[in-house]
Design a protein around this ligand. Structure first.
Ligand SMILES: [Zn+2]
Ligand SMILES: [Zn+2]
Length: 346
């Protein structure tokens, strides 16, 4: 089969002819119909995130049709449409048995620790393949498996409830899904904090209140807009100590700030006046859980989570096109996601 693989860190991905994977009794073979290209793939290629096994087929946002089913897999049949949960876990360690597989002692990420979806076929454990409803195109099913899934997990971790107000710091891929999911949960007012005018305009067109962080202190603006109360939930999706602190400061009493963006900077808080007084909480959030995917897929099936056609760009399973897409991600500021569709016109 054809695959596009990382062979040398820091070099362009290369096209390879590799054997179609042979599956074990607990696995399924999927004919890849769509594989999303993610920012973290650019980091793997550049060596910013370490890859310990080369060559490696990248791609952790995958959807396709079931081609072969292992004898122990009972919930899938040949021909089923599926999307793939990218965390492969052991199922038996103390974290897995509690349904917290993102902390699995021997967890592996598809497209990082084992071959991913930049290929014609991929094998995954049956437990990682989730039925994809007919209403959801493969391209959408694929890209939802990363940022949308994490956006849902953030709202869960923040214990977000109907009617609550929310501030979203950063309107990239995560924020785009988080805003729609907040609406799906019947949120109160949503404030989107951004410095990019096009992103602010898009957020407003999707029902949010724009907070232009270039105009004035976003915390002041949110306080002003909420009769000095603040918001119930704040999501930090940027990864900067400054916006993390702002996410905490804009909270109402009993507010929760969920931090998702990655940074090595340290953040300072005055515990008494900024946290204890209002019984506010700061919550760290990492990845998402397999158990959340059916909920996410249902939101997409009933149209509450949407990706308009202009937000998707389709390319072939072709090394030059994939490398160019990864190059473009370095300084991407829009919401266009690139999806590989193998055998697109062949
Ligand atoms: Zn991703
Ligand atoms: Zn485990």
């Amino acid at each position: 089969m054809r695959a596009v693989r990382l062979v040398h860190v820091g070099k362009p991905l290369e096209e390879a002819d590799t054997p179609i994977p042979e599956i074990g009794s607990s696995e399924v073979l999927i004919r890849v119909a769509a594989a999303g290209i993610c920012h973290s793939d650019a980091h793997y290629r550049a060596g910013i995130s370490k890859i310990d096994r080369l060559p490696l087929t990248l791609g952790h946002e995958v959807a396709g049709g079931v081609e072969e089913v292992g004898s122990d897999v009972t919930h899938l049949s040949v021909g089923d449409r599926v999307c793939v949960h990218y965390l492969v876990c052991c199922g038996s360690c103390e974290f897995c048995v509690r349904g917290l597989e993102q902390f699995c002692r021997s967890g592996q990420m598809i497209g990082k620790h084992r071959d991913g979806g930049y290929a014609e076929f991929i094998k995954v454990p049956g437990a990682n393949a989730f039925p994809l409803p007919d209403e959801i195109p493969f391209e959408i099913g694929a890209i939802m498996m990363c940022s949308s899934a994490t956006a849902l997990h953030v709202l869960k971790k923040a214990r977000f409830e109907a009617g609550e107000s929310i501030a979203i710091f950063g309107f990239g891929g995560l924020g785009f899904s988080a805003l729609q999911l907040a609406h799906a949960y019947d949120c109160g007012d949503v404030y989107v904090v951004e410095i990019n005018p096009a992103k602010l305009a898009l957020a407003v067109s999707m029902g949010a209140i724009a907070i232009d962080a270039r105009a004035a202190d976003p915390v002041e603006q949110i306080k002003e807009a909420t009769a000095r109360t603040g918001v119930d939930v704040a999501l930090e999706l940027i990864g900067s100590a400054k916006t993390m602190r702002q996410a905490v400061l804009c909270l109402a009493p009993l507010g929760r700030a969920a931090l998702v963006g990655l940074t090595a900077e340290s953040m300072s808080i005055f515990p008494y006046t900024e946290l204890i007084n209002k019984e506010a909480e700061i919550i760290g959030v990492s990845d998402h859980l397999a158990a959340e995917l059916p909920v996410l897929l249902e939101f997409a099936r009933n149209g509450k989570l949407r990706f308009p056609p202009e937000t998707l760009r389709v390319i072939d399973l072709d090394a030059a096109q994939i490398n160019a897409a990864l190059d473009a991600l370095q300084d991407s500021i829009d919401h266009v996601r690139t999806v590989i569709v193998p055998n697109n016109d062949k």
